[in-house]
Design a protein around this ligand. Structure first.
Ligand code: NAD
Length: 479
């Protein structure tokens, strides 16, 4: 679907995120014909470089990171749409020039992407207002992390609200831009098949795993003050939890969807400390340990967290939700699994074995869904049952078009231009999520808890397996 012509300013346009995701993503949208002629992208960052130098940086980034089969002629056209202004978020330089670079035309959408460290979000908002760069139609896109705790998130919301309406603020969580995540809503609310079973009566439990093989890399100083709970659970895992657990919204519209997500967060029970396992990766002999990576030999920050939580409402009462995320694990895999209860009575006797239906929603690798169903084992061996997957991989379903399917950032940027906030977090949602995670974090900080060490390349600490095994269940997703 085409979008209106736009001026998009990327603050932090020379940074890692802009180079790896935002600019290659915009190029792919350009190649797909979705960036209308007359649109412009203006990099704005501290470096004093010329437009030509900026275009060269972007050319290299696209060669390195773009999934699009790079057509050099199209790349030249795209680069010609790029501008650059050196600007200081905390100073006076560059703002007049930026104002001149933008077109004062009501037909052109104006958006500012804050792809800079979170300490600059408030400064940028203020500068935009002071220098007359805003109007009621302007949109701002705010990267994560949105606050460090409830208090700082509230302060940031209040700061942004001094300059912008809530309808102008797009708080990005790129997990919501993933094809599978949106498909989860299509599957839940577009079919008669699942929704009647989507509750405590038929669902045994739900698991959400977001496993990474990478360590903290160059983000050590940030990560060590944050940890897996703040970096992953408070935002990405809770967003997935909301989408899987929410009531059907009346319409697929921003506030209808976000109201339902907010109700899920508010219905989450406080988590018992016994139901949380924190871990920290050790060295495997070749790669650094977590403590070496963050250069803090006494660090008590977790690079892994697993937890069991409950949503106290009619739909989900007493249904456990197991969440797990960590770095340097055995596989790069993200999955939501809805595990249904056993059939009430087996007519096939004990020999048939115990079988459960399960819907697995894979975010990566190989985005898609699998429904596990039980059938008779083929052959003459009698009535023996076996689980088989009804598999839908998006790559297979979309065929050659799969390569061109937009990735999360591309899709979300286009939603900003369209003015569609459905897949962005509202301020009250973010605050409610912090209000739930803050006491957990404060609890282990107060007790001085040490995370459990786990081997790099494993599935996390043994206690995480125990957390679910003691309930007669087992983790899925990574081995
Ligand atoms: P980065 O350090 O690579 O880049 C920061 C950018 O901000 C640079 O372009 C720099 O010139 C600019 N900048 C710094 N100080 C400035 C100032 N005073 N005035 C104007 N510009 C200034 O950071 P990044 O990794 O690109 O991350 C940007 C944001 O995105 C952060 O909030 C980060 O948490 C978030 N984020 C990054 C990633 C990622 O993969 N890199 C993923 C998710 C979220």
């Amino acid at each position: 679907i085409p979008v209106d012509p736009f001026d998009l300013v990327i603050f932090g346009g020379t940074g890692d995120l802009a180079r790896r995701k935002i600019l290659p993503g915009l190029f792919r949208r350009y190649c797909s014909g979705q960036m209308p002629t007359g649109s412009r992208v203006i990099g704005a960052a501290r470096s004093e470089i010329t437009v030509e130098e900026y275009r060269e940086t972007v050319r290299e980034a696209i060669h390195e990171f773009s999934k699009a089969k790079c057509d050099e002629a199209a790349l030249e056209e795209f680069l010609a749409l790029l501008g650059y202004v050196a600007v200081d978020a905390r100073g006076e330089s560059g703002w007049g020039e930026l104002k001149e670079a933008l077109r004062d035309d009501d037909d052109i959408v104006r958006a500012f992407y804050f792809s800079v460290g979170p300490s600059l979000f408030g400064d940028l908002a203020e500068q935009l207002r002071t220098h007359g760069l805003t109007n009621p139609e302007v949109r701002i896109v705010v990267e994560k992390p949105f606050g460090h705790d409830l208090e700082s998130a509230r302060a940031l919301n209040a700061e942004l609200a001094r300059h912008f309406q809530e309808t102008q603020i797009y708080r990005i969580d790129h997990y919501l831009g993933k094809e599978t995540v949106q498909n989860l809503m299509a599957v839940r609310f577009g079919n008669m098949l699942f929704e009647p079973l989507w509750n405590a009566q038929y669902v045994d439990h739900i698991q959400i795993t977001v496993a990474e093989t990478v360590g903290v890399g160059g983000r050590g100083s940030y990560y060590d003050k944050s940890g897996a709970m703040r970096d992953m659970v408070q935002n990405h895992l809770m967003q997935l939890l909301c989408l899987i657990a929410m009531e059907p919204p009346a319409r697929f519209e921003p506030d209808a969807v976000r109201d339902e997500k907010l109700k899920v967060i508010r219905a989450l029970d406080p988590v018992d400390p016994e139901s949380i396992v924190r871990g920290q990766y050790t060295s495997d002999g070749e790669l650094n340990s977590y403590r070496e990576d963050v250069e803090n030999p006494a660090s008590k920050t977790e690079s892994f967290v697993a937890m069991k939580c409950y949503i106290s409402n009619w739909r989900w009462a007493n249904t456990p939700f197991y969440l797990r995320t960590g770095k340097r694990l055995s596989a790069q895999a993200s999955e939501i699994a809805v595990v249904f209860k056993d059939a009430p009575h087996s007519i096939f006797g004990m020999d048939a074995g115990r079988h459960r239906n399960m819907l697995s929603i894979r975010l990566q690798p190989n985005e898609g869904m699998t429904l596990g169903v039980t059938i008779k084992e083929p052959g003459p061996g009698g009535m023996r049952l076996v689980d088989v997957p009804l598999d839908m991989s998006f790559a297979d379903a979309l065929g050659p078009d799969a390569e061109d399917a937009p990735d999360a950032y591309e899709r979300l940027i286009m939603d900003v231009i369209r003015g569609n906030q459905t897949l962005f977090m509202r301020g009250d949602e973010v605050e409610a999520a912090w209000a739930w995670t803050d006491p957990l974090i404060e609890g282990w900080e107060r007790r001085g808890d040490h995370p459990k060490p786990y081997d790099a390349g494993s599935t996390g600490p043994d206690d995480a397996a125990f957390l679910i095994n003691k309930d007669g269940r087992r983790w899925r997703g990574i081995k």
